[in-house]
Every structure is written in structure tokens, then in C-alpha cells.
Design a binder for this molecule. Structure first.
Ligand SMILES: *[C@@H]1O[C@H](CO)[C@@H](O)[C@H](O)[C@H]1NC(C)=O
Ligand SMILES: *[C@@H]1O[C@H](CO)[C@@H](O)[C@H](O)[C@H]1NC(C)=O
Ligand SMILES: *[C@@H]1O[C@H](CO)[C@@H](O)[C@H](O)[C@H]1NC(C)=O
Ligand SMILES: *[C@@H]1O[C@H](CO)[C@@H](O)[C@H](O)[C@H]1NC(C)=O
Length: 322
């Protein structure tokens, strides 16, 4: 009897036990092609989590039983909106971590949330920090995720100063750090080590080091070979790096849905939903493999405009950085 029940559950148990990589997830832009989403979720997929730049999970495409959802509070409006709080409190208890302000050092027309460090500190203390002792659960929250650039680091420094001006004792408490990177492998290494140094360089022994989540990353504007080589170097590095807790490639969409700035080489799926080279690498599949299920074909990507342009900021920052 028990054995029969176990056998029935076996496929998903096997995925949980063998294939899942606790670090690897996906930044989900809203690809509604069913076969593509089935590739993300099939047995053997290494993915364990996803987020979509909002507090509202894409439950129809990605059931909560398949991947853990991480909510994100994008900007000041979302922080103040009472619906945000309701949505976050209603999430299944598998969600424990909360991401905050997306690229506050970037402008809104390029996908950032364009918040001054002072305003961000105020809103963080008033609306976000309370989630750490929330009424549905104690969320672990990240500091805002800035662009991967010197400007981003400067923003974080000013944010920290403002936080301590408002709350001398606690500042803006955080449980982990979220990072974005668009560029080559060496640059990614340098950026992560700058953030680690910034947050953990002076920490006393009594406080554990903060871990980093890389919530957006890709090599933009390059061909397939360079992009695959970058990812092939990056993934084992991040898997082995102690202070990196999670990462998400940008992104899970078809090449012809990619935005102009990243170019199609970053896409996990080809124009017809087949796994690209990078898709095969990221999802432990075979190049050309297609997902199961009927493709209604009606809708592909439903891009949120804020997200599609977010990377432009990355581009500008990249130039600054070099
Ligand atoms: C939450 O953060 C604390 C450190 O601030 C850590 O010890 C704990 O494991 C984290 N929990 C989750 C679910 O990440
Ligand atoms: C770490 O300490 C040094 C020396 O006291 C100081 O200059 C620096 O600003 C500190 N860094 C952080 C992130 O607090
Ligand atoms: C934030 O500011 C406080 C108070 O000035 C300082 O002790 C701390 O080192 C700063 N942290 C970072 C990461 O800069
Ligand atoms: C990835 O790296 C490994 C080991 O360095 C190498 O053997 C393999 O050919 C590379 N794969 C790709 C697709 O670049």
C-alpha cells in the first residue's frame, strides 16, 4: 500500500532528490508558451525557484508545488500599496524570502525604480523592514538590488547612511543581498567580490556574513559561442561560491522575444521553443529538445515594460564600469 503511493509520487520525488539545484532559478518574464514552461518544470530540470519582479506569482504557468516563488517589491508605489501586503501574506509558506526595490539607481523609463537613497531608506524602514516580523511569517528580506556599477555601490553607501540617520540603532536591517550583472565573467567576479567586501568586510564575528543572490545576469550583445562560454564558466563558479546563495539567468524566453539590447543569444528557447545551447546548459537538457504540451500560439512573452528595458541601464553602467 505505502509502496504503491510512493511509486505514484516517484517522478516528482526524483526531481526533488536528484536534479534540483538549490541555487539555480529563473527570472520569469511571462513566457506563456506551455511547452516552454514544461521544459522549465520537467523531470530533470535543475530549477528550484523563480521570481517575476512582483509580489504576484505566475501560478497558472508555474504552480507553487513546482518552484518556490520569491516575491519582489519593485518601487515606492508597490511598497505603499496595501494590495502588496495582502499578496505577500497570502503566499504559500514555501515562500520565505522577499526581494526589494529593483535598480533604484536606474531611471524608471529604463526599468529601474529611480528612488533617492533617502526616500528608499524611509520607505524601507516604514514598509519593508516590518515584514521581517510579519503576521503570516518572518520574511528574510534583501536590500535593494542596484545596477552592477560604481553608481550602484555609491547608492548603497548613501542608502546605508540615510538608514542610520533615521534609525541610529538598526539602520535598514537585511538578511541577504541581491545583485545584477550584465557582462563578462571576470566582471561578474569583481562585482560580487565588491559587494561581499562592502557588506561583509567589516562584520563582527557575532554576525553571520550576508549571502548574495544574483537575480539578473547575462552576457548581452554577443554571439552564441561567447554567451555559452560565459555561462559555462559562470555556473560552476557560482555553484561553488559559498557566499552566493542563489542565481537566475536572464532569461527564460524565446530568442525572437529577446529585447534588442541583450540580443537573442541570451535566450533559453529558440524561436520555436526548442532548447538553445544556453538553454540546454542551464536546464540540463539537450539542444533542440522541445517541451511537452499544446502550444496555443496565441501569446508569447507578455513583457512587463519595466523589465524589458531594465537592461538598458545595465548597458550604460557597463560602459561606466570599464
Ligand atoms: C534567514 O536569515 C537568517 C540570517 O539573517 C538565516 O540564518 C536563515 O537561515 C534565513 N532563513 C531563510 C529561510 O533563508
Ligand atoms: C570598514 O572599516 C573601514 C575602517 O574603519 C572604513 O573606512 C570603511 O568605511 C568600513 N566599511 C564599511 C562597509 O563599513
Ligand atoms: C552603515 O552605516 C553604519 C553606521 O554609520 C556603519 O557602522 C556600517 O559599517 C555601514 N555599513 C555599510 C555596509 O556600509
Ligand atoms: C564547458 O566547460 C567544460 C570544462 O571546462 C568543457 O569541457 C566543455 O566543453 C565546456 N562546454 C561548453 C558548451 O563550452
Amino acid at each position: 500500500m505505502h509502496i504503491a503511493i510512493l511509486a505514484f509520487l516517484a517522478p516528482s520525488l526524483i526531481r526533488l532528490a536528484n536534479a534540483q539545484n538549490q541555487k539555480r532559478g529563473i527570472a520569469y518574464l511571462g513566457d506563456t508558451h506551455k511547452p516552454d514552461n514544461n521544459l522549465l518544470l520537467r523531470d530533470g530540470s535543475p530549477l528550484s525557484w523563480y521570481y517575476n519582479w512582483s509580489p504576484y506569482p505566475a501560478t497558472q504557468q508555474i504552480p507553487a508545488t513546482e518552484l518556490e516563488f520569491t516575491p519582489l517589491i519593485h518601487g515606492l508605489d508597490e511598497a505603499q500599496d496595501p494590495h502588496t501586503k495582502t499578496a505577500i501574506n497570502d503566499l504559500p509558506t514555501s515562500s520565505q524570502r522577499l526581494l526589494t526595490f529593483n535598480e533604484p539607481d536606474g531611471t524608471t523609463d529604463s526599468g529601474g525604480s529611480s528612488i533617492s537613497p533617502e526616500d528608499a531608506a524611509k520607505a524601507y524602514i516604514e514598509h519593508i523592514a516590518p515584514y521581517r516580523s510579519g503576521n503570516s511569517r518572518n520574511w528574510n528580506i534583501s536590500h535593494p538590488s542596484v545596477t552592477g556599477s560604481p553608481r550602484g555601490l555609491e547608492w548603497l553607501r548613501e542608502f546605508n547612511t540615510s538608514c542610520y540617520e533615521i534609525d541610529e540603532k538598526n539602520g535598514c536591517p537585511t538578511d541577504f543581498i541581491a545583485a545584477h550583472w550584465y557582462g563578462a565573467f571576470d566582471g561578474l567576479k569583481g562585482w560580487l567580490s565588491s559587494l561581499d567586501d562592502f557588506y561583509n568586510g567589516n562584520r563582527s564575528d557575532s554576525k553571520p556574513n550576508l549571502k548574495i543572490w544574483v537575480t539578473e545576469m547575462a552576457l548581452p550583445q554577443q554571439g552564441t559561442d561567447a554567451t555559452v562560454a560565459m555561462a559555462n564558466e559562470t555556473l560552476p563558479y557560482l555553484d561553488g561560491l559559498d557566499y552566493v546563495e542563489r542565481y537566475a539567468w536572464f532569461g527564460a524566453f524565446r530568442a525572437n522575444d529577446a529585447n534588442e539590447w541583450t540580443g537573442g543569444s541570451v535566450a533559453l528557447f529558440g524561436d520555436d521553443g526548442e532548447l538553445t545551447k544556453i538553454g540546454a546548459l542551464y536546464l540540463n537538457g539537450k539542444e533542440g529538445e522541445k517541451g511537452q504540451g499544446e502550444d496555443s500560439g496565441a501569446r508569447g512573452l507578455r513583457p512587463s515594460c519595466e523589465v524589458m528595458v531594465a537592461i538598458v541601464v545595465g548597458a550604460i553602467m557597463l560602459v561606466d564600469w570599464v
